[in-house]
Write a new protein. Structure first.
Length: 585
């Protein structure tokens, strides 16, 4: 009789009286278990649960990205009547392009895994396509059920062997986006706007341009003064959301032919101009007009940012223009994952577009990589802990739908294994320590990503105290005696730099390390700071709990901590001099 293929949790595609093949566990949300737990269902294995395939696919997708980028440059130039080079378009559309390729490949690969001999059929909900085209990078939401249903439907139509039936979705009213500022103190805000307006008028055409640097305002001000500039703190303006023109997009699709025998690349060529955000296509002329109106320098000596290289198309377009004209682009590392993870999609993009990529201390053979210091810790007071305080465990929701290929837990199965490791850790610590446990997790992200971590914690440990990440983490650390970190990112490195007693554990198959980082994590492992097994980490916590400092202040532990920080979280007492040196070519 066959099975009905269900690709998402959108129940418009379900039939409860038929056998069902769920494409993945993202179809059967824990919060909706009463709707599916009694059905006759199978779940398809997730293709990226094989970590070696995951990392191999990363390199394949990187080659796809480079190939597609060079292919669409002449098409975009012809359409927009411009003559920009590859670097210009890489800076402007690169963050969207590599993410879209990664998402599309994941959705394609799961459809490709469906058994073709089992008489599989599907119901495709055809929501209006123009509603599913993002207006900018922020509008591309990998957790959006409607959008994922659309991508899966396109992949099913592209392949043979799956029968499908179409039903029309309902058109939704879309309101043009705008920003509303909650004005709690209009006089103060108006005064700030007036000051910013006056300072903007004092801008010289050949100044250094700094935006979203992660430097504290005080240090950034001193830096600008040392460069003989009036301190100014720029904000990119918003632009109106532009609606797609499907006729233009159909024409451009025909220009992107791919004679390659690679089926995914053929599919990608058909989907690219159907999904490219409107800001790069229909809204490009408005974007160009916006950057011409900016009060920013017209011939900047250098451009420095740590975060505006993506999700800020005004800055990206302005920077692409000036970088193409020869202005140096300096990007500062903004996360502890960089330099340690085996592959990181965002890191590759930044290193490629930057003339100088400022790391927090590490280096490699790529010419733009520049060993530097941590930007996020400059000028901050040291955090302190409470020797009699709580046990603070920090976790992060792992989305059930993948977004990009990096050495990070990915997909619904690894998401649940990840939280299960933490539950097993807590189960293995002594009961008196469990009473002191505080779990820090972002409540809104857990809901948005359908990861269901918080309900799982509450089901396993009903009395657990959960911190929903609404206050700065330093406030929670000050009430804790031991900091437990469960994934590869900034938090544990910053804690080590502040000499906060810290224990780290994660599954090395998910959070794979690059080769030159492994010796430094081995140093942490020998000092019993880093563990690859949650039970071993728990036993260590049981041993040291009554006197944390007896372990933490050992010479071997402190040497391991400082050696690691020197490589991945260097600090300096003369930041202005060092930053000036990094900015000036």
């Amino acid at each position: 009789m066959g099975k009905l293929l269900v690709t998402t949790s959108d129940q418009r595609t379900w039939k409860l009286d038929e056998d069902i093949l769920f494409l993945g566990n993202w179809c059967c949300l824990p919060s909706e278990s009463e709707k599916w737990q009694n059905l006759n269902v199978d779940v398809l294995p997730y293709h990226w649960d094989n970590s070696e395939k995951y990392h191999s696919d990363y390199h394949y997708l990187d080659s796809c990205y480079e190939e597609v980028l060079r292919t669409i440059v002449p098409i975009l130039n012809k359409h927009h009547k411009t003559n920009h080079g590859v670097r210009y378009w890489r800076i402007l559309i690169g963050p969207w392009l590599y993410l879209f390729i990664h998402v599309l490949y994941d959705r394609w690969s799961m459809i490709e895994r469906i058994p073709k001999k089992n008489n599989i059929k599907a119901i495709l909900v055809l929501d209006p396509e123009d509603e599913l085209i993002p207006r900018d990078l922020r509008g591309m939401n990998p957790d959006d059920t409607r959008w994922n249903q659309f991508l899966y439907a396109c992949a099913i139509k592209e392949m043979s062997g799956i029968k499908w039936k179409e039903i029309l979705g309902e058109k939704k009213d879309i309101i043009q986006g705008h920003i509303v500022l909650k004005d709690h103190n209009s006089l103060i805000l108006s005064f700030k706007k007036l000051v910013r307006f006056i300072l903007n008028k004092l801008t010289f055409k050949d100044e250094y341009f700094l935006i979203s640097t992660y430097l504290p305002r005080k240090i950034e001000s001193y830096l600008l003064l040392s460069l003989r500039q009036i301190p100014k703190f720029w904000i990119s303006p918003s632009i109106p959301q532009i609606f797609p023109n499907l006729d233009i997009r159909r024409t451009l699709v025909t220009q992107l032919k791919d004679s390659d025998n690679d089926k995914f690349k053929v599919f990608l060529s058909k989907m690219l101009f159907r999904q490219i955000p409107t800001i790069y296509l229909e809204g490009y002329s408005i974007l160009m007009k916006k950057i011409e109106e900016l009060p920013w320098p017209t011939k900047p000596k250098g451009i420095f940012t740590s975060n505006a290289y993506q999700f800020d198309e005004v800055f990206q377009a302005w920077t692409a223009k000036h970088a193409e004209a020869g202005t140096p682009l300096i990007i500062g590392q903004h996360g502890g994952f960089y330099g340690t993870g085996r592959v990181i999609a965002g890191e590759d993009h930044q290193v490629k577009i930057a003339d100088r990529f400022l790391t927090w201390g590490w280096s490699d053979k790529r010419p733009s990589v520049y060993p530097f210091y941590s930007l996020i810790n400059m000028g901050k007071k040291k955090m302190q802990c409470d020797p009699n305080g709580d046990l603070l465990l920090v976790t992060v929701p792992i989305r059930t739908m993948s977004f990009k290929c990096s050495s990070w837990a990915v997909g619904p199965n690894q998401s649940q294994h990840f939280v299960n490791d933490q539950l097993n850790f807590v189960q293995a610590i002594d009961k008196n320590i469990q009473k002191k446990l505080v779990v820090r997790i972002h409540k809104e992200l857990d809901k948005k990503m359908n990861s269901a971590f918080i309900p799982k914690w509450k089901n396993k440990f009903p009395d657990v105290r959960i911190d929903f990440s609404q206050k700065p983490i330093k406030n929670i650390i000050q009430k804790s005696r031991l900091f437990i970190y469960t994934y590869n990112s900034t938090g544990f490195i910053e804690a080590l730099s502040n000499n906060i007693p810290t224990v780290i554990f994660w599954n090395p198959d998910y959070w794979q390390l690059r080769d030159n980082a492994k010796p430094f994590f081995k140093i942490l492992e020998d000092a019993k700071i880093f563990f690859t097994n949650p039970i071993s980490a728990a036993h260590h916590v049981n041993e040291i709990w009554t006197d944390i400092n007896k372990w933490w202040l050992l010479d071997t532990v402190q040497t391991a901590r400082t050696s690691f920080c020197e490589q991945y979280f260097r600090t300096t007492n003369i930041p202005i001099k060092e930053i000036r040196k990094a900015l000036i070519f």
